[in-house]
Design a protein around this ligand. Structure first.
Ligand code: BG6
Length: 276
């Protein structure tokens, strides 16, 4: 579709970015991966983190923003975290709203056995919805994540609320099961899948803000930060690495979605910030 005047296109390496400007917020999105990279509500700092050393090559995942892990989360399929984040997507629809805007995107080439669509709606907050429809005649098993890289002052100083009492799998300790008690404070690398359906709030004393991650269609919340283990993440610069934590609305091995022929499923996350 032709771009309206409030959406500008620009190149970033081999990728095409769309910069969407409304009175309520500015959003930057890559057509490679349909990946939201930046979301700045009016008068706020960015809610998202985006690596300045990320690869900007076609077919390579972008580090930062909200990668779409689909149709598999992690190693539940090939490649790791699926194909959506390295595919080329196209804008299908864009509409200014009373406050903010809504956009929808689809891959340039859909799979034969399933269709996927990303819907973004934003103003003071950002809603990201990924809908999958099974086009096949047999059931489809799906794992996925909206892998949000959230901007924080320093991940060692934040606290995450809303996970109290949840069972979690520690992926850094061979999937050992643990139960969370109270707020989660991070002192070292974490790669954890929480059995969790509600919201997570990130209290950030440095940025003086409370970031809320709500979700729907998801029984797993993934919390990831590589800590000092940056050797295998060449696209994460040590100086910038302190400034993000990933809180991902997901369907993982704990809660795979099984879609019968013709059925669809929407995984949604909503990000919002307020002052402390
Ligand atoms: O480097 P990638 O492929 O983007 O993955 C980053 C991380 O993503 C998280 O979702 C996984 O739980 C981690 O195991 C993984 O390391």
């Amino acid at each position: 579709m032709a771009l309206p005047a409030w959406i500008q296109s620009r190149r970033w390496g081999e990728h095409e970015l769309l910069e969407v400007q409304t009175e309520a917020a500015t959003l930057v999105l890559s057509l490679s991966g349909a990946q939201v990279l930046s979301f700045v509500p009016q008068g706020q700092q960015d809610l998202l983190w985006w690596s300045s050393t990320s690869l900007c090559q076609q077919g390579k995942p972008i580090r930062g923003g909200i990668p779409l892990c689909w149709p598999n989360f992690a190693d539940a399929g090939e490649p790791f975290h699926g194909t959506a984040r390295t595919r080329l997507w196209q804008l299908e629809h864009a509409q200014l709203l009373d406050v903010g805007a809504s956009l929808s995107l689809v891959p340039v080439q859909q799979d034969e056995d399933k269709a996927v669509r990303l819907q973004l709606e934003f103003g003071a907050r950002l809603s990201v919805s990924l809908t999958t429809r099974n086009l096949d005649e047999v059931p489809l098993s799906l794992t996925q994540a909206l892998h949000s890289y959230l901007r924080v002052g320093d991940w060692r100083q934040i606290s995450l609320h809303g996970l109290d009492g949840c069972l979690w799998l520690n992926k850094l300790a061979a999937g050992t099961e643990r139960r969370q008690s109270g707020a989660l404070h991070l002192a070292a690398a974490i790669d954890a899948i929480f059995q969790h359906q509600g919201a997570v709030q990130i209290r950030d004393p440095q940025l003086q803000r409370l970031l809320t991650v709500r979700k729907a269609g998801s029984g797993s919340t993934v919390v990831w930060q590589p800590g000092d283990n940056l050797a295998s993440f060449k696209d994460v610069n040590a100086a910038e690495a302190a400034h993000f934590v990933c809180v991902e609305a997901a369907n993982t091995l704990l809660d795979p979605v099984v879609l019968q022929p013709g059925q669809e499923w929407t995984l949604q996350t909503v990000l919002e910030v307020e002052g402390l």
